[in-house]
Design a protein around this ligand. Structure first.
Ligand code: IPM
Ligand code: MG
Length: 361
């Protein structure tokens, strides 16, 4: 029987983006014969490379490719040329934010479960991080990232950003968090700053209401973000599903990278009601560009999430995850994991691709 074709929009972006995406695509192509669908990869530009080629960080042509796809695989954006120039009119990161908004990707899912073999690779003590298995659910299209008004006063001496949340924006992400909690340890922690911020108080009100009416069996608790930051480094195993707003989620999830031993291992999914995008949580790491040292595992694990959540291929997802775990067990890793390792980005990709294929038999 002819297999249905599933389209994957591939957005490598900047810095190490193209190299790590190449590994994920390599893995996808290797296991394709074992899938129930055939794959089509449609490449498009985003970030600094898009600014250079057409002046726009997220061109309409890229938006179109994303909207026609069954899932989107994304690398990273960002370029020192723009970071060091505060007067740059367009920035690569605007492309990412514009894409999240245009595709309605309001729910950012960031799982965090360190590999047993890497418990000693973390700057945190083994006994502190052992047993950590959490997921950060970060609201992605609201809050201070997008609130209007924002900008500078006319005399240029003041700047402002607005943090705004509506009941609807909180409700839809809260439901996703409660669903995750239902499938896990039935525990949800809302992280906020309700002792200071009006938006946080609205979050508490809305999340409490939904919990009481629709998820009475989920234990809901609240934590101020400063305290959550401490908890994350002192007792991360006590956290399970963490729900939080855009900016707090951004910060806490990078902190989570320390627990896993390397931020180069952390995948994520960003979903809305129609589209879903999968990306590593790390950035474009321009210093490593082209050196074959960037860790491709976060991107490959993001691909596993893509197979599971968007393409309905749970066996493929499982095989990819097992292959990643095996690469770590056998220390076929980039230098961020095994200092001095001579194994590069593409060798890790080769190993995971062939191992995932053989796991699928
Ligand atoms: C992330 C990144 C982005 C964010 C940047 C690149 C705009 O840090 O996805 O966590 O802040 O959301
Ligand atoms: Mg971030």
């Amino acid at each position: 029987m002819e297999r249905a074709i599933k389209k994957i929009a591939v957005l490598p972006g900047d810095g190490i983006g193209p190299e790590i995406i190449e590994q994920a695509v390599k893995v996808a192509k290797a296991i394709e014969p074992k899938l129930s669908c055939a794959l089509q990869f449609d490449y498009a530009e985003i970030g600094a490379c898009a600014i250079r080629s057409c002046g726009e960080p997220y061109p309409d042509s890229t938006d179109k490719v994303c909207k026609e796809a069954d899932a989107i695989l994304f690398g990273a954006v960002g370029d020192p040329q723009f970071d060091n120039n505060p007067s740059a009119k367009v920035r690569p990161e605007q492309g990412l934010l514009k894409m999240r908004k245009s595709l309605g990707l309001f729910a950012n899912i960031r799982p965090l479960k360190p590999y047993e073999e890497l418990l000693d690779a973390s700057p945190l003590k083994r006994e502190v991080i052992s047993g950590t298995d959490m997921v950060i659910i970060r609201e992605l299209t609201g809050g201070i990232y997008f609130g209007e008004p924002r900008g500078r006063t006319e005399d240029g001496r003041k700047a402002f950003d607005s943090c705004i949340y509506s009941v609807e924006e909180i409700e839809r992400i809260a439901r996703i968090a409660f669903e995750y909690a239902s499938r896990r340890r039935k525990k949800l922690t809302l992280v906020d700053k309700a002792n200071v911020l009006a938006t946080s108080r609205l979050w508490r009100e809305v999340v409490t209401r939904i919990g009481k009416s629709d998820y009475p069996n989920i234990e809901l608790d609240f934590m101020f973000v400063d305290n959550a930051a401490m908890k994350l480094v002192m007792a991360p195993a006590q956290l399970d599903v963490v729900l939080t707003e855009n900016m707090f989620g951004d910060i806490l999830s990078d902190m989570g990278g320390a627990i896993g031993g390397s931020i180069g291992l952390m995948p994520s999914a960003s979903a809305g009601s129609r589209y879903a995008l999968y990306e590593p949580i790390h950035g474009s790491f321009p210093q490593a560009k082209g050196k074959n040292i960037a860790n491709p595992v976060a991107t490959i694990l993001s691909l596993a999430m893509l197979f599971e959540d968007s393409l309905g291929e749970p066996d493929a997802a499982k095989a990819i995850r097992e292959a990643c775990a095996l690469s770590i067990k056998e220390r076929i890793c980039t230098p961020d994991i095994v200092p001095g390792s001579s194994c590069g980005t593409s060798q890790v990709g080769d190993f995971i691709a062939s191992t995932a294929l053989s796991i699928l038999g």
